[in-house]
Design a protein around this ligand. Structure first.
Ligand SMILES: *[C@@H]1O[C@H](CO)[C@@H](O)[C@H](O)[C@H]1NC(C)=O
Length: 180
């Protein structure tokens, strides 16, 4: 018998996990998912169209977007796969919460909270990073447009916010009592 209190949190953590996995397999692994598109390049978490898969990268266009500061900020994008992992763990504990014991739901809400924090920081940084790159490219006359990964990540952030709240509420739902 499932403890239904754990199910809403489980649902939202699962959705967030799926969205964050999509964000993490962005360019260069899957070029249809990117944060920014410019000059035939699409930029993702681990690189850009045609680059190798790497943590932290230099922007491949000469001029004021190939700077150390922007390079260092690309390392922070690793928070997306980390948040995906934390959401995945939250889902695992949520399954235990729904199937067996309240403690699973407690851990689901803690992990979902942690994943929310990671996603929030990652989203703020990636929006400012790619926003800066976009503005600088545009002022150099190079067309640059936002990619879909920003909105997938925002969706994951919202799902995690709802997920951690509903998971926390789910802790106080009805669970099987141990026989005594
Ligand atoms: C960007 O900067 C790095 C390090 O300074 C350099 O190795 C690379 O060739 C530069 N790329 C371009 C396209 O200017």
């Amino acid at each position: 018998m499932a403890a239904s209190g754990a199910l809403p949190g489980l649902f939202f953590c699962f959705s967030a996990m799926v969205l964050l996995i999509f964000v993490s397999v962005s360019s260069p692994t899957w070029n249809s998912i990117s944060f920014l598109n410019a000059n035939q390049y699409s930029f993702g978490v681990f690189g850009y169209t045609g680059s190798k898969v790497q943590v932290g990268y230099y922007f491949p266009l000469p001029g004021d977007i190939n700077t150390t500061v922007l390079h260092n900020l690309t390392f922070v994008l690793i928070l997306y796969p980390i948040a995906a992992g934390l959401s995945g763990l939250a889902v695992l504990f949520g399954v235990c919460g729904a199937g067996y014991h309240r403690v699973g739901t407690v851990f689901m809400s803690l992990l979902a909270g942690l994943a929310t924090l990671c996603t929030f920081v990652a989203w703020i940084i990636s929006m400012s990073l790619f926003g800066t790159v976009r503005n600088r490219l545009r002022s150099n006359g190079i067309g640059a447009s936002w990619g879909n990964a920003n909105w997938l990540a925002l969706g994951a952030l919202v799902a995690l916010l709802i997920g951690s709240c509903t998971a926390a509420c789910g802790v106080f739902g009805r669970y099987r009592r141990p026989r005594n």
